[in-house]
Ligand binder design. Structure first.
Ligand code: 6GU
Length: 240
């Protein structure tokens, strides 16, 4: 997969050289290129923003600068992602869909955002999706670019060593939060690992994990439980 990230702070994307994503790049599974938006400015001050029409606080990123950048970076296959607190929620489902793309371009806005004509203009030429990480405000799209690239890259074949790690996780196929996990030592600071996990009883362990996942989800994310397919519940799920 090819990914281009355009930002006025390309150094913000440095963590993508580390860990699994870094390895995916050096092994050739991920062709990730980070660009400085100011390379497409044409004035001495390398200006990327201006005051908003209609008034108000803050600055808006200029469409002409973004236009030159995106004309250079977009390919006919590209899917353009624009991080924004006003975007559609970025979920595991979004990551799964994007993992099937050949080319992603992430346009990181700063200030009050990018002139709205940019998304409108490129929607005629490419798929354009505005994505939000959640209901809070960040200073710009760079952190979202980190999130999107990591969430998508780990779904590419060969990036995660053991593909089984991908199936049983929070927000995975079951639609539940993950159950709690434990390792050695069996007793630490007076806290003991639940006996069932030391029992070697695989069916009981699976039952316990399912119950824990359900309880956690009911307490922390009741919205996820409501969205669950009732047909996939079993009799034991409904016991208290
Ligand atoms: Cl994608 N961008 C910004 N600036 N703020 C956000 C966000 C994105 N998602 C949540 N808050």
């Amino acid at each position: 997969m090819r990914v281009d990230v355009v930002s006025i702070f390309p150094e913000y994307l440095a963590p993508l050289e580390l860990s699994l994503v870094g390895k995916a790049r050096t092994s050739g599974l991920l062709d990730l290129r980070v660009h400085d938006l100011r390379d497409w400015t044409d004035d001495r001050h390398r200006t990327v923003d201006d005051t908003p029409f209609g008034g108000g606080a803050g600055m808006v990123m200029r469409p002409d600068v973004w236009g030159r950048a995106l004309d250079d970076v977009l390919t006919p296959e590209a899917h353009l992602l624009v991080p924004s607190p006003a975007g559609a929620p970025f979920t595991q489902r979004t990551a799964e869909e994007l993992a099937g793309e050949q080319h992603l371009v992430v346009a990181c806005g700063r200030y009050e955002g990018i002139d709205a004509r940019v998304a409108e203009h490129y929607a005629a030429r490419a798929r354009v999706t505005e994505v939000s990480l959640g209901d809070y405000v960040l200073n710009g799209g760079e952190v979202a670019a980190l999130v999107v690239v990591e969430a998508v890259a780990r779904l590419l074949p060969g990036v995660v060593g053991n593909p089984e790690s991908l199936v049983e996780e929070s927000h995975g196929a079951a639609g539940l939060l993950e159950y709690p996990v434990y390792t050695k030592p069996p007793s630490w600071q007076g806290h003991d690992v639940p006996d069932v996990l030391l029992s070697g009883h695989h069916a009981r362990i699976a039952r316990w994990r399912r119950d824990q996942a359900l309880r956690r989800t009911a307490v922390r994310r009741p919205d996820l439980l409501e969205a669950l397919d009732v047909a996939r519940w079993d009799r034991h799920d409904l016991e208290v």
